[in-house]
Design a protein around this ligand. Structure first.
Ligand SMILES: Nc1ncnc2c1ncn2[C@@H]1O[C@H](COP(=O)(O)OP(=O)(O)OP(=O)(O)O)[C@@H](O)[C@H]1O
Length: 550
């Protein structure tokens, strides 16, 4: 019991705060559920009494009385059930969102290295599936667990009053059930763990096919991808079947005992009625309460199955919740005058040194070209200035502050603009993509239009059916590589931050666009530090200084 208690504590630790946040919804849910339960528990008794009134020669008015009571009970039951379902749906939806939102928020603050080997679809399905499972389990059972215990107790008392012998049968059932549960507990947990892991991984492979659709088509890899999916499906399917067999065995062993018990009670009860030792009404009450109790016991069988599933989700959710956040300092500065790199050494784990003893200073009003061969560490260096990597030797200063002291989230949000070679588009309109994350987006429309015209993108956008408001998906494939690169670059320009970081901005540009980009970098450079990675000598000639990497 201690262990079970401890594990329930873990569930409450994860979602306890929502009990307070949604206290009124919980109150409605619990109170209405108790009313519905109360009616269901009293109904067999009233019905049994009605049967006895019908069998005996009682006055008609007593029959009417019972019928009226039963009718009222049913109507109240129907009406209250609506509020049970409504509050249940609201609680499930709201808390599942809150919990997954909290975990997403936490995970996003994890160091970049956490994501390097993590599959995004796997992670998001895992978080969503686990939060739904935990909330569903908690809301479904927070009332049902208590009412089913009460049902067992109440039924126990009723059965005892009518037949103490049958009460012994009932105790026997409970003992048999506990033995079965103890034998199955661990295998159920393990089987559920393997199943959810494999299911999430399979879903991730499935989604990957759509992400890579262009690649699949271009290389006509349909067959290879199909085979891969079929192979993985077989693996998941075997796991599903093993899990099914185990669950089936557990449920049916327990349910078999219940069926046996039911047959015994009908047999003995029937004989007692024939021998006139029990009235038909009492037999009805006995068998209905016995069935209610069996249903409650059955509930505990299902509860223990879903409890093991939920513990799997709790364990996985705890792992997500405990992912340590990356370091971020507290000092906020407004404006960036200089960036100072001192004796920087950096290597990725298990790799050779990438950046060795690098020192340089970058001041406002200059363009710095980061130069080096493929894989020499240029993008890594820019990421280090944004403080995305830790574990380096040496120091990086911004305005004389070590970047580890600075609130880099704030600095990146307001004082750094970034455009990289792998263009990032988000799901939303083109205009949203051009102004993503910026304040007062509508006020920026003139600026956005100005830069779009300058980069010959304006006519293309307004020719689309909804113009700037045309919706695009994050993996949108009908804009050209150059057009996407222009959107990414314009977004960085519109942000108008004191530091502009450009990682191969011209890789997809035509000659004319490269000239325009050079012109506009020259125009804006007086107020900014511009860091530029390029292999294009044609653009490198606007640099005030070359920083060599590797
Ligand atoms: N997160 C990472 N973990 C391990 N190795 C990494 C990681 N990111 C990059 N690397 C490796 O570090 C090296 C430098 O990568 P980086 O992207 O900085 O090179 P680059 O100079 O910008 O190259 P390119 O000119 O080809 O764009 C590469 O060999 C790359 O494989």
């Amino acid at each position: 019991m201690g262990a079970v208690q401890f594990k329930l504590d873990r569930i409450v630790r994860l979602i306890g705060c929502y009990l307070k946040k949604y206290a009124s919804l919980f109150t409605i849910f619990i109170s209405t559920s108790i009313v519905v339960w109360g009616i269901s528990i009293l109904m067999p008794f009233v019905t049994g009494r009605l049967i006895d009134v019908l069998v005996s020669d009682s006055h008609r008015s007593r029959v009417y009385q019972y019928v009226a009571i039963i009718a009222v009970m049913n109507i109240v039951n129907l009406a209250v059930q609506y509020f049970v379902d409504l509050s249940n749906t609201k609680l499930n939806g709201k808390i599942a969102f809150d919990l997954s939102f909290r975990i997403y928020k936490n995970i996003k603050k994890a160091p970049l290295s956490f994501f390097e080997n993590a599959d995004s679809v796997y992670l998001s399905t895992r978080i969503n599936e686990d939060s739904n499972c935990i909330i569903n389990f908690f809301v479904r059972n927070c009332v049902n667990f208590i009412t089913n215990i009460l049902t067992v107790l109440f039924g126990f008392i009723m059965i005892f009053q009518i037949s103490p012998v049958i009460t012994l049968l009932f105790i026997g059932i409970m003992i048999a059930y506990i033995i079965i549960y103890k034998a199955f507990r661990q295998p159920l947990y393990q089987s559920n763990f393997i199943l959810v892991e494999k299911r999430n991984q399979y879903f991730s492979v499935m989604t990957e096919q759509f992400k890579l659709i262009k690649y699949i088509k271009l290389n006509s890899l349909f067959h290879t991808f199909d085979e891969n999916l079929i192979k993985r499906f077989k693996d998941v399917f075997n796991t599903v079947m093993n899990n099914f067999r185990l669950n089936y065995l557990f449920s049916n062993l327990a349910a078999g005992i219940l069926v046996l018990a039911n047959i015994i009670i009908i047999f003995f009860g029937g004989i007692k009625v024939i021998n006139k030792e029990m009235t038909i009404g009492n037999f009805t009450i006995l068998s209905t309460y016995f069935n209610l109790v069996l249903t409650a016991v059955h509930y505990f069988i299902e509860f223990s199955k879903s409890y093991q599933q939920t513990l799997v989700s709790v364990t996985r959710m705890e792992q997500m919740n405990e992912v340590a956040a990356e370091h971020n300092g507290t000092i906020r500065i407004d404006g960036i005058e200089s960036i100072d790199i001192r004796n920087l050494d950096f290597k990725f784990e298990h790799q050779k040194t990438l950046i060795k003893n690098l020192s340089c200073t970058m001041n406002k009003g200059n363009i710095y070209c980061i130069y080096g061969s493929n894989g020499s560490g240029k993008s890594t260096f820019l990421n280090m200035i944004a403080n995305l990597y830790s574990g380096y030797q040496g120091e990086i200063f911004i305005n004389s502050y070590n970047i580890n002291e600075l609130d880099m989230y704030y600095l990146r949000e307001w004082h750094m603009a970034y455009s990289n070679q792998a263009v990032t588009m988000v799901t939303g309109s083109i205009y949203e993509n051009l102004t993503y994350g910026l304040n007062n987006q509508e006020d920026l429309r003139d600026t956005v239009i100005y830069w779009c015209k300058r980069f010959n993108l304006y006519n293309k956008i307004v020719s689309l059916p909804a113009g700037f408001e045309s919706d695009i998906a994050a993996d949108y494939i009908t804009l050209s590589g150059g057009e996407k690169a222009k959107i990414s670059f314009i977004r960085a320009l519109v942000k108008d931050a004191p530091v502009l970081i450009l990682d191969e901005p011209t890789a997809a540009f035509d000659k004319e666009s490269v000239t325009i980009l050079k012109e506009c970098l020259m125009e804006i450079k007086p107020g900014k530090i511009i860091l530029l990675i390029t292999h294009d000598q044609n653009i490198a000639d606007i640099a005030d200084k070359i920083i060599r990497i590797g």
